[in-house]
Design a protein around this ligand. Structure first.
Ligand code: 8X3
Length: 248
């Protein structure tokens, strides 16, 4: 049985990926900040073996301690899904809130690095592993007011390529899935709980569901060992580019 560690598993794409990988027969390490949500998910996934780690990827010491605390049977991570991340605010750069910038750069970029660094020793020792980073179409093209969020996802894109090169001698696959518009808590978080503004983002077209992204991740991590689906751009049919959405 292979072991997958999923960050940000308490909701959205992370949660849907946990469900998909449990169905595919993985043992799961589920990480997130909201303990109750993780517990609820573990109950739903039973009898799939799960281990829960509650920490914030922005906290390096907590990240290292949590991953260092894994019980023996969950220690050898075969698959790492770097999913944790958020957008905070959508404002022109001159009006941006530096607190939001910190949250996005600390979580989406540095958090991904902290988790990866903590997991890698077991992968390099075993000369195998598979890392899937959740990027975004926002990492491929900057859009108005997206500035720091787009930059954080462009960093994920660049890190994916850099990690793939560095880990090449170790037989570790590194890949990236870049979703467009997915209806999750993403816009509620971006707009700080303004439900009306969040709902508007997904009105008039059919966005992706978290399960659509999870399907693709499951496909990526269940390929034979010689295959690395290195990069996927996943859009709803109604989306042609970051800000080109056909609304009916
Ligand atoms: C989320 C997609 O286009 O809202 O990463 O930035 S977008």
């Amino acid at each position: 049985m292979k072991t997958a560690l999923i960050t940000g598993a308490s909701s959205g794409i992370g949660r849907a990926t946990a469900v998909a990988l449990a169905e595919a027969g993985f043992r799961l390490v589920l990480t997130g900040r909201r303990r109750e949500k993780l517990e609820e998910l573990a109950q739903q996934l039973a009898p799939a073996p799960t281990h829960l780690l509650t920490f914030d990827v922005r906290d390096r010491a907590a990240t290292e301690a949590a991953i260092g605390s894994l019980p023996t049977e969950f220690q050898e991570i075969d698959v790492l899904i770097n999913n944790a991340g958020n957008a905070h605010g959508l404002a022109p750069i001159q009006e941006g809130d530096p607190e939001d910038w910190d949250a996005m750069l600390d979580g989406n970029v540095k958090g991904l690095l902290y988790v990866t660094r903590a997991v890698l020793p077991t992968m390099t020792r075993r000369q195998q592993g598979h890392i899937v980073n959740v990027g975004s179409i926002a990492g491929k093209e900057a859009y108005a007011n997206g500035n720091v969020y787009c930059a954080s996802k462009a960093a994920v894109d660049s890190l994916t390529k850099g990690m793939r090169l560095d880990l090449l001698p170790h037989g570790i696959r590194v890949a990236e899935v870049n979703p467009g518009a997915v209806e999750t808590e993403f816009s509620q978080v971006r707009f700080k709980g303004d439900q009306e503004r969040a709902d508007k983002v997904y009105q008039g077209f059919e966005p992706l569901r978290a399960e659509d992204v999870a399907d693709v991740i499951r496909f990526m991590v269940t390929r034979p060992p010689h295959v690395n689906v290195a990069e996927v751009l996943l859009l709803p049919t109604a989306q042609g580019a970051a800000t080109a959405i056909q609304k009916g």
